[in-house]
Design a protein around this ligand. Structure first.
Ligand code: URA
Length: 244
């Protein structure tokens, strides 16, 4: 059972207050009766909900984009270490069972984390075989030069392991701010890739997964549902252009 306003805001990707206004306006029917109360409980297995005559289908899984702030971990369970997780800081109305982040960012890395309860989807986008492109912006302590770009593009070795080719380009005039596109996710990968060239990453933010960009309107710690159309962008290649 679920509150009607919560169901509508998730399935229609609208705010809770927009759901409430919709219910108030008489546009929402549950089975064949107009819904009157936002806190009415519906059974998502058996009740049929209509908005302006269109049936709203229940999606089994949810997909959430969070702008991860610093200081929280990309995990669903911080009990062992007492740390706050990305799932802990979700707003109450978005919380549900079995949510976890599909992929990891370091505790001090900010930006796009995809949180879901769809294990198969997460497995798919995390599989090293699928080469989902992740785009980052890094603030560096000193500028990189063409030898660093060459090493990124040719698949550098980290602790004896060859990395996949990665894109590195300037994100500002003096090469102290970089855009990086990775197709894999090794432990501390970007920090280690720069460290190999004597460069320290001061700030790191993930700004896109595939062709889906982090919503610029999300403040650190904020989250929103991802629509089906947006979700399909995660799997499309975007930033690497010819560089594949
Ligand atoms: N590379 C890193 O070094 N850290 C991250 O969080 C992501 C990629």
């Amino acid at each position: 059972m679920e509150r009607l306003d919560k169901f509508l805001s998730r399935e229609l990707n609208i705010t809770r207050s927009e759901s409430k206004s919709l219910i108030k306006s008489g546009a929402v029917l549950v089975n064949s009766a107009p819904a009157r109360f936002a806190d009415m409980k519906i059974n998502t297995d058996s009740d049929c909900v209509f908005v302006n005559g269109n049936e709203i289908t229940y999606n089994k899984f949810v997909y959430i984009m969070m702008n991860k702030p610093k200081g929280v971990i990309s995990s669903s369970d911080g009990r062992k270490t007492g740390e706050k997780t990305v799932v802990d800081i979700l707003p109450a109305e978005m919380k549900r069972k079995n949510l976890f982040p599909a992929g990891r960012l370091d505790k001090d890395t900010t930006g796009f984390v995809l949180i879901t309860d769809d294990g198969a989807f997460a497995h798919d986008i995390l599989s090293p075989k699928n080469h989902i492109e992740k785009t980052y912006i890094a603030q560096l302590d000193k500028p990189f030069d063409s030898s660093v770009v060459y090493d990124f593009e040719n698949g550098m070795e980290l602790n004896g392991k060859k990395c996949m080719p990665a894109l590195l380009e300037s994100a500002c005039g003096d090469n102290t701010k970089a855009k990086i596109v990775l197709k894999q996710g090794m432990y501390h990968q970007i920090k280690r890739m720069f460290k190999k060239h004597g460069i320290t990453v001061l700030e790191l933010k993930r700004v896109a997964m595939g062709a889906l960009q982090l919503d610029k309107n999300l403040a650190p710690g904020q989250a929103k549902y991802i629509s089906k159309d947006e979700l399909s962008l995660v799997k499309s290649a975007h930033n690497m252009g010819d560089f594949r």
